[in-house]
Design a protein around this ligand. Structure first.
Ligand code: TYD
Ligand code: MG
Length: 461
């Protein structure tokens, strides 16, 4: 085509290359290059020249002392788990990117919040993926009514903006940015230039008219789908919808939030009638725990302000390979290596002739060092085939010399464990004082990794 050229763009860092590259020279990601068609200089208008985002009116620098802090206007979405992650509700004039793998439940979640949002606000739900009939059917199943909810099945950006002008919505949901395209961009929908153009137009609309916009972005584990990554710096909040599609639990995590903390998570369960909130995730994570078997240990991690009790399982088996296998699911692989090395060196346990598999039950991802002690106990338990009592929970970080180091908010963690029916908590010696007053749970201090060995019991026959 005249006036256009084909380039390859890294979907992680937007590095541009004339040829396809396997590895990005700037950010070192693998297989991140996607083909894109861009306008040559001086031809078709580029994203920055788009009429919808050219600023009108004058703009001056103003003295800091004259600035006034804006009060955020927030609307409840009807799902308190989502509101918490958003920092207390959806902020007017903000742009939120909801990203996740296809089929994880993004459209379901957004249609569900239309029920509450659409009761008193005008909501425009734009779908580029499903027909009106499909959406209606799903909405009926999810019992979404929303008196002021409008559905538009359209993929052309200019058309969507025209419709939006007529309806004058308070909230726009665009599902998904990868299916929408602009007349100003010559490359295919889903290409980086199109995704950016579409997002920029919505951002301009949100900022100039105070509309809340939720953009849906599909991602896959390999990062092969272009888009959401390049939008992350443009939007106000990035929410990642995670979970194993084969399991029913779903977790929303804020990767970025200009209006709240990024530590909070929201937990949901996918049911026949849509996503159900799980206000008590620990109970869900501990359901169906095996009793009296080796290799299991309960741990407590803090997600945002909430302590969350989860279960770690370890399986240590004799290896049949020249190099033993190590697999860590739901936790940091390098952290697992480090704990194995500490146990080998400090306790003289031989893991080197064994395959080691570690798994966190329920599809959770634990990335807090406070779970180290639990991982260590689960590993020793599986290797020696001795059992960790079912009513025992382990909290603490493991240092390289085998010392058990103190962690933050042990009191909150122990309280949560006590609430869930645990009777014993192994905690760092350093933190004992803060937990003295907690009733119903025995505190077992550990100073060193040697101290935890005595908690393992021989397997009952
Ligand atoms: P969907 O919201 O379409 O995913 P995304 O928009 O992220 O691609 O969710 C799709 C999956 O959710 C689908 O496989 C079926 C399942 N699902 C339920 O289990 N129950 C429900 O009530 C709904 C609407 C979907
Ligand atoms: Mg969808």
């Amino acid at each position: 085509m005249k006036g256009v050229k084909t380039v390859y763009i890294c979907s992680e860092c937007e590095y541009e290359s004339a040829k396809w590259l396997g590895k990005c020279p700037r950010c070192n990601s693998w297989n991140s290059f996607v083909e894109d068609v861009v306008a040559k200089e001086g031809s078709a208008p580029t994203a920055v020249q788009h009429p919808s985002i050219v600023r009108v009116g004058e703009n001056h620098a103003s003295p800091f002392s004259e600035l006034e802090a804006t009060e955020y206007l927030r609307s409840g979405t009807g799902l308190s788990e989502l509101d918490r992650v958003l920092g207390g509700g959806l902020v007017s004039g903000s742009v939120v990117l909801l990203s996740g793998e296809p089929g994880i439940g993004k459209s379901t979640l957004l249609l569900q919040i239309c029920d509450t949002l659409g009761a008193d606000k005008t909501v425009l739900y734009v779908s580029g993926e499903e027909s009106r009939g499909q959406i209606k059917l799903r909405a009926e199943r999810l019992q979404v009514h929303g008196n002021k909810l409008y559905i538009l099945t359209e993929t052309n950006l200019e058309h969507i903006l025209e419709e939006a002008k007529k309806i004058n919505p308070d909230v726009i949901i665009a599902d998904s940015v990868q299916t929408l395209y602009s007349d100003h961009i010559t490359s295919a929908p889903g290409s980086i230039s199109n995704v950016k153009e579409v997002a920029m137009a919505f951002i301009a609309k949100a900022k100039s008219e105070g509309i809340s916009v939720i953009l849906v972005g599909h991602v896959n584990k390999e990062g092969g789908i272009a888009g959401p990554k390049v939008l992350e710096h443009m939007v106000d909040a990035v929410l990642n919808f995670e979970g194993d599609r084969r399991q029913s639990y779903r977790i929303i995590r804020a990767a970025k939030n200009r209006f709240g903390s990024t530590n909070e998570i929201g937990v949901f369960e996918m049911t026949d009638t849509g996503l159900r909130e799980v206000p008590n995730p620990s109970e869900m994570l501990l359901a169906d725990r095996p009793v009296g078997s080796s290799g299991n240990c309960a741990v407590c991690t803090i997600e945002g302000t909430r302590p969350l009790v989860a279960e770690i399982q370890a399986l240590v088996t004799q290896t049949a390979f020249p190099a033993p296998r190590r697999t860590a699911n739901g936790m940091d692989y390098n952290r697992a290596y480090l704990i194995l090395a500490v146990l080998e060196k400090r306790l003289g346990l031989k893991f080197s002739a064994n395959d080691v598999y570690l798994n966190v039950i329920g599809g959770m991802h634990l990335d807090e060092p406070a779970t180290d002690l639990g991982v260590a106990l689960a590993l020793i338990s599986s290797l020696t085939d001795r059992v960790i009592p079912d009513d025992l929970i382990a909290i603490g970080e493991l240092g390289l010399s085998g010392e058990v180091r103190g962690v933050a908010n042990v009191e909150g963690r122990v309280r949560e464990a006590a609430r869930l029916g645990f009777h014993r908590a192994v905690i760092p010696q350093h933190n004992v004082q803060s937990c003295e007053k907690i009733a119903g749970i025995e505190i077992l201090p550990a100073k060193n990794v040697y101290d935890i060995l005595k908690f393992l019991k021989p397997k009952a026959e």
